[in-house]
Design a protein around this ligand. Structure first.
Ligand SMILES: C[S@@+](CC[C@H](N)C(=O)[O-])C[C@H]1O[C@@H](n2cnc3c(N)ncnc32)[C@H](O)[C@@H]1O
Length: 225
């Protein structure tokens, strides 16, 4: 009976996730936040339009309060900076910041980054992908929700141009080594994947501050395609 119940739960969850593994934390469901101050579809169409400009493309996944987006976009005015967040409060915060700073090279998207990346970007078009301090999902049963897994590593490097850069940062040692192994497996013998000795162009984010208070070690993987 138990076996049948588990089997049914598995089948149901596969159907619910469109036969794909579940990648994201699903803040919308978890926090039950509904916010109509922005329109998801409109943000997507604006991003599609921006891609026609054929500028360099940077992308940040899970931008939180958007501080890093503002910082990097400010330093790279010639780049179109796309950024994706599932947390509507973050989208609202970044909207205000973009208006305050009068920036016109940021294209924000609301929803699950993996779904959006699959739909929005052609292969070999992105110059840089940043993932700073993603949710660590430390519990074993939640590990499959981590944003870095075999599927997404393949997806990120498929979307990156040749010599495009993937920058991943975490203060969770297990996640750091797991991500290194996954990227290493992706490149097999073609590339040695090691932690970076510097932080690249990564600005200080809210979660870095939290990590520093806890005196955690911060791991950066800055890997070119
Ligand atoms: C721990 S926070 C870090 C935020 C920010 N990068 C920083 O360093 O302060 C992780 C963020 O990733 C977002 N996130 C998680 N999974 C996501 C997904 N699949 N697509 C888009 N955003 C996601 C969460 O909503 C959350 O805001």
């Amino acid at each position: 009976m138990d076996l049948l119940r588990h089997l049914w739960k598995g089948i149901f969850s596969l159907i619910r996730n469109n036969l794909k593994p579940k990648f994201y934390s699903n803040h919308r469901t978890r926090n039950r936040i509904r916010n109509d101050s922005f329109n998801e579809k409109e943000l997507f169409s604006q991003a599609q339009e921006a891609l026609k400009q054929r500028r360099k493309i940077f992308l940040e996944v899970g931008f939180g309060d958007g501080k890093s987006v503002i910082d990097i976009a400010n330093k790279n005015p010639g780049v179109s900076f796309f950024c994706i967040e599932t947390y509507s409060k973050g989208v609202n915060l970044l909207t205000e910041r973009i208006q305050d700073e009068k920036l016109n090279n940021i294209f924000m998207l609301y929803g699950d980054a993996i779904e959006i990346i699959e739909k929005l970007f052609n292969n070999k078009t992105i110059d840089k992908i940043y993932v700073f301090f993603p949710d660590t999902w430390p519990k074993r049963k939640h590990k499959k929700r981590r944003i870095i897994n075999t599927y997404t590593v393949n997806l990120f490097f498929m979307k990156l141009k040749k010599n495009g850069v993937f920058h991943f940062t975490t203060d969770n040692i297990n996640y750091a080594y797991e991500a290194r192994t996954l990227i290493s497996n992706y490149f097999s013998t073609k590339k040695k994947v090691s932690f970076s000795h510097n932080r690249g162009d990564r600005p200080i984010t809210k979660y870095e501050k939290k990590a520093l208070i806890k005196k955690n070690i911060i791991y950066d993987l800055i890997i070119s395609n």
